[in-house]
Design a protein around this ligand. Structure first.
Ligand code: WT7
Length: 656
């Protein structure tokens, strides 16, 4: 674990109770809900599920055969209908008042803009679903999505949901090879992509990467290509395989009937990094997932009709799935989406957008907040941020200093801050303040959402009431992952083996204070968190070893002021290969090319040997200590203790 110590966290002692004004209007105002939900979580969740639109009711709220849960299992519904149709058509088939309400407000990085009402979104999604249907896709088929942040990325996912197709979104920053691996694992039949997207004034050539990926994907039959800008020169299209989005849309029928899905039908799979092997396809199903994201959006973000909500996550991550698409749209909210990065063309881009669109709810990651802090408050002060009424944080632990800065400088000391802990696997927010109820403490994600049984457990699986241990969820919850795509054994092993199938092991270390508040301390496994993005040590190691000069590699995370963690790679080269700064650079680029920019190590340390235990296991803790420049711990199990000394000296030489 690399993280601030609990003493540092607790040294910030200010508390922030909700203001009287916020409390009076909040969607969640009754503190007794924690107790009633804990007493009967199924009843609590059932009440939320009933707020969705179902085609058929369920009989069994929860069928729990550890570690497999089925929620609302006889029920049938469609996720797209819940996010779109329901706001456009009333119960009798007439026009719903929300049909003219803005669903998506979009701004591209170069400044192009578009607004879609719920009515517009309905028309686009229906047409695009028809495009997907016409190419022969059927319920249960997987569809890969590799898109820039545009309304079409959202439309693509919702159109899949409308037909019961399983979307598998791959972040546009991932490499061709990462895309290929994910397509192959999911055996996707179609790919939805774009010719390019914008990032810091540069074109990200998505179609080019897709073409490279598709050289090794037997399952892909059709590729639909969205044209990002009609004025820009186009990409190459492969005849018989590639179709232009805009051409197919012109030919498509206006209406496509939604497919009624079982609550436990797969809604999507999303790949995420683990301790071992390649990224795994986390499986989320329809009824429980939608219930979880709907409920948490309403209560955690206090979502109401007049809000303009902005979650800065890309839809390539779970935050984009749950809190750009399914949570807010099932609530009928107005969602703002932005394509580019916060420092383009200037470092005030986000604040200008908040001012321009009068954003009321803003949800971002600590890594961004720390960058904003570094850039200075002048960028912020120039803009009118008075529309904001609530701020959220997600993705990694937020240090108290960043929390306070966010609350004061962005929130004008007026907005509650919700630090939300959850994971790709949990589907929805698990630990969070409720803004009208919870007194917040900077650096703490506070309490479990009502109906969520979150605990800290020790090695033996006993509850730690106050103190440190492993984060665990002790009862099933509706939006939990159901399995790993095509690998249920890995699902059981990764999440349920630590305590013999009794509790869900999250992989995080956490601390609980005397009041029961949770303080997250970072991962306890070989998963790293770089700028809020999850990456496994093994993945980066495999990418490095793939280079012809490399014999062996070990990757660890070291603390980083802005990114939270940065990657440090210890590399031994093959016989006869000369090490140099140039080779280090080549290896960094190699990792970025193989996986994506997030996998690029900050430092490469060449070493003649890696410290190993007598049984041959790489001593990562030791490497972490060296990377952090800490005093060395116990090295008695080290086969060749001299290795450590030489490693330490080498590392000292590379520090700025
Ligand atoms: C890991 C999950 C689901 C949000 C995006 C990341 C870390 C996430 C917090 C938080 C401390 C956090 C954990 C977790 N994490 N939110 N508020 N405080 N840590 O999803 O890629 O699945 O990563 O992100 O370590 O296990 P993810």
């Amino acid at each position: 674990m690399t993280h601030p110590s609990i003493d540092v966290l607790l040294s910030e002692t200010r508390n922030f109770p909700p203001s009287e004004d916020f409390k009076a209007k909040a969607n969640s105002r009754d503190a007794s809900v924690y107790e009633t939900a804990a007493r009967d979580p199924e009843k609590f969740w059932e009440k939320w599920a009933k707020e969705l639109k179902w085609d058929n009711p369920w009989k069994t709220t929860l069928d729990w055969k550890p570690p497999h849960a089925q929620w609302f299992k006889e029920g049938k519904l469609n996720a797209c209908v819940n996010c779109v149709d329901r706001h456009v058509l009333d119960e009798k088939g007439g026009e719903h008042a929300r049909s003219k309400k803005k669903a998506l407000i979009w701004e591209g990085e170069p400044g192009d803009t578009r607004t879609l009402t719920y009515g517009d979104l309905y028309r686009e999604v229906n047409r695009f679903a028809n495009v997907l249907k016409k190419i022969g896709l059927q319920k249960g088929d997987r569809v890969a999505v590799y898109m820039p942040m545009t309304p079409e990325a959202v439309i693509a996912c919702l159109a899949c949901a409308r037909l019961g197709l399983v979307h598998s979104v791959v972040f546009g920053g991932f490499s061709a090879e990462s895309l290929r691996d994910r397509i192959n694992d999911a055996e996707a039949r179609a790919l939805i992509t774009a010719d390019f997207g914008w990032r810091r004034g540069k074109r990200i050539e998505l179609k080019k990467a897709a073409d490279e990926a598709l050289q090794g994907t037997a399952s892909i039959e059709k590729v639909i290509v969205y044209r990002r800008d009609e004025k820009e020169p186009v990409c190459t299209m492969k005849s018989g395989r590639d179709l232009w989005w805009h051409e197919e849309m012109q030919k498509a029928a206006e209406f496509t009937a939604p497919v009624s899905c079982h609550a436990e039908d797969m809604l999507f799979t999303l790949y995420t990094s683990g301790t071992t092997g390649k990224p795994k396809g986390i499986v989320h199903t329809t009824g429980g997932y939608l219930t979880g994201v709907y409920a948490t959006t309403k209560w955690v973000f206090d979502m109401r009709d007049e809000d303009v909500y902005w979650c800065t996550a890309d839809i390539g991550w779970i935050t984009g799935h749950s809190y750009v698409i399914y949570g807010p749209l099932s609530n009928g909210a107005t969602v703002f989406i932005y394509e580019g990065s916060p420092d383009w063309p200037e470092k005030d881009r986000f604040w200008r957008l908040i001012e321009k669109y009068k954003v009321t709810i803003f949800y971002t990651a600590p890594t961004a907040i720390r960058a904003f802090m570094k850039w200075g408050t002048d960028w912020v002060k120039r803009c009118d941020l008075s529309s904001l009424r609530l701020l959220g944080s997600v993705g990694e632990p937020i240090n108290p200093e960043a929390w306070i800065w966010y609350q004061e400088q962005i929130g004008g000391s007026r907005c509650p801050v919700v630090d939300t802990w959850w994971q790709t696997e949990t589907g929805a927010i698990m630990v969070t303040p409720l803004p009208g109820l919870t007194t917040t403490k900077p650096g703490s994600a506070t309490r479990a959402f009502p109906g969520i049984a979150a605990e800290i457990l020790n090695e033996e699986g006993q509850i730690v009431k106050a103190g440190g241990g492993f984060m665990a969820i002790t009862k099933p919850w509706p939006s939990m992952l159901r399995t790993i795509f095509n690998d249920d054994a890995r699902y059981q092993q990764t999440y349920w083996s630590k305590w013999q199938g009794r509790f869900y092991f999250a992989g995080d270390g956490a601390h609980r204070d005397e009041e029961g508040y949770f303080w997250f301390m970072g991962r306890v496994d070989d998963v790293m968190n770089v700028a809020g993005h999850r990456i496994g040590t093994m993945e980066v190691e495999s990418a490095l070893v793939d280079h012809p000069s490399v014999a062996e590699a070990a990757v660890v995370g070291k603390p980083h002021d802005i990114k939270g963690q940065a990657l440090v790679a210890f590399v031994t080269v093959k016989e006869g290969v000369a090490t140099s700064a140039a080779l280090a650079e080549v290896l960094k680029q190699h990792a970025a090319k193989k996986i994506g920019a997030i996998a690029k190590p900050d430092d490469i340390i060449f070493t003649a040997d890696l410290p190993k235990t007598r049984s041959g296991k790489i001593m990562r803790r030791l490497l972490r200590d060296i990377a952090e420049g800490k005093a060395l711990g116990d090295t008695t199990t080290l086969a060749d203790a001299a290795v450590v000394e030489s490693l330490k000296q080498k590392y000292a030489g590379t520090e700025e």
